[in-house]
Design a protein around this ligand. Structure first.
Ligand code: BEZ
Length: 394
């Protein structure tokens, strides 16, 4: 039975959300309608990330006149609460309840694993718009699953390269203990230790805990050259503020994958000044696609876009390419998936293409947060691919 309180539907137009039951269309209109399911966190520490993805997807479709490949797009949304224990039930609401034609989402790696398992069994065209859990584009890859974001260790690896280049030698890592944090740290260690860097200690706390005081005291006593930390959303903001509150920012530079600062640049205030990160997007990227995207997004929502918005935007670009190749018919899955697999287009993040396991091959940029803005400092890793270990698609 579908819990209507958790399903928000809208008819294509950006911002036209409503808590009402879905509008029942006459059959001629239904035939032309394509339902895109969004499994995203609309509550909890990752809610701003979900909102950014959702907004960019709606904006893209709106700019295409509400249609992709001639099909009118409607969205069905479920709040997954970043709660892996509810992931199967919540994905079922979209697949069996809403009978979506396309499945998209989500942010949290644990939720995404359950979602991807169901998507693989069902064969439904699926776009992963954030979660970087490696298995989805490694051992558990599938012909119908495409990721427009990153692999967790891919971003960690790029950050490790940037830290080595900056002369950092001894590091303490701090993260949430779940797939995203652990894989991020593993990717970081891979490049950082290969280049001679040393890990003094790995510190973890359960997701989504934000009691950082004892951890920060320990970091202060360990005196590393720098801290590598994976946090995102509300937790990232609290970590940056507590780090500065403990005055660690005055002596131990804070680094991490760019999730640490994306979306919280302004809220971090002076506490965020000097935080260095690597990520596949920075708002000031000087390319025509980003200039237009950033201007349009800011005009629509009164807020600059972040990496999550770009990932949602590119999910719709990739979907459009697949749908156009299939003449708008999602039953023509081989045509659709073949076009999506070899898609290559200019994204606001720079060049976008997929590797053989359907994970993006992309640039990673070195950024420094200053005055409420992530400043571009250069390239951290050029067109870096993720490992394809165990994936049998190619
Ligand atoms: C993840 O769970 O995969 C994730 C969440 C937020 C930012 C980046 C990765």
């Amino acid at each position: 039975m579908i819990d209507r309180r958790r399903i928000i539907t809208l008819a294509g137009a950006a911002g036209a959300t409503s808590l009402a039951a879905p509008f029942v269309r006459p059959s001629w209109a239904q035939a032309n309608t394509l339902k895109v399911g969004l499994l995203l966190p609309y509550s909890g520490t990752y809610a701003p990330l979900g909102e950014a993805i959702n907004r960019a997807m709606e904006l893209y479709v709106k700019q295409q006149g509400g249609k992709l490949a001639g099909r009118e797009i409607v969205f069905a949304k479920v709040d997954d609460e970043s709660e892996p224990a509810k992931a199967t039930e919540n994905t079922t609401k979209l697949i069996s309840g809403e009978k979506v034609d396309i499945l998209t989402g989500t942010v949290h790696s644990g939720v995404a694993m359950a979602m991807a398992k169901m998507a693989k069994e069902d064969g439904l065209p699926t776009l992963i718009t954030n979660a970087g859990v490696e298995a989805i584009t490694r051992g558990a890859c599938a012909p119908n699953i495409f990721r427009t974001s990153f692999g967790n260790s891919q971003v960690g690896e790029a950050t490790g390269l940037a830290m080595l280049k900056a002369g950092v030698k001894n590091v303490v890592t701090v993260t949430w203990k779940y797939a995203a944090g652990e894989e991020s740290v593993a990717g970081f260690k891979k490049s950082f230790t290969a280049g001679g860097g040393k890990i003094i200690k790995d510190i973890t706390l359960p997701f989504p805990d934000v009691e950082f005081q004892s951890i920060l005291a320990e970091v202060g006593s360990l005196k590393p050259d720098a801290v590598y930390s994976f946090f995102a959303g509300g937790g990232a903001l609290k970590f940056i503020k507590d780090y500065a509150g403990a005055k660690l920012n005055e002596k131990i530079p804070l680094w991490g994958p760019g999730f640490l600062t994306d979306g919280v640049e302004k809220a971090a205030g002076p506490a965020g000044d000097g935080v260095k990160t690597a990520l596949h997007y920075v708002e000031s990227l000087d390319n025509p696609e980003n200039k237009k995207f950033a201007a349009d997004f800011s005009a629509a929502y009164g807020k600059a876009p972040d990496v999550y918005a770009v990932q949602g935007w590119d999910a719709m670009q990739l979907l459009r390419i697949g749908l156009e190749a299939a003449g708008g018919d999602t039953k023509k899955r081989p045509e659709m998936f073949a076009a999506m697999s070899k898609a290559s287009f200019p994204s606001p993040r720079g060049p976008f293409k997929l590797g053989t396991s359907h994970n993006p091959i992309q640039n990673f940029y070195l950024r420094e947060l200053r005055g409420g803005e992530n400043k571009y400092l250069g390239i951290a890793a050029e067109m870096l691919a993720d490992d394809t270990t165990g994936c049998k698609l190619a």
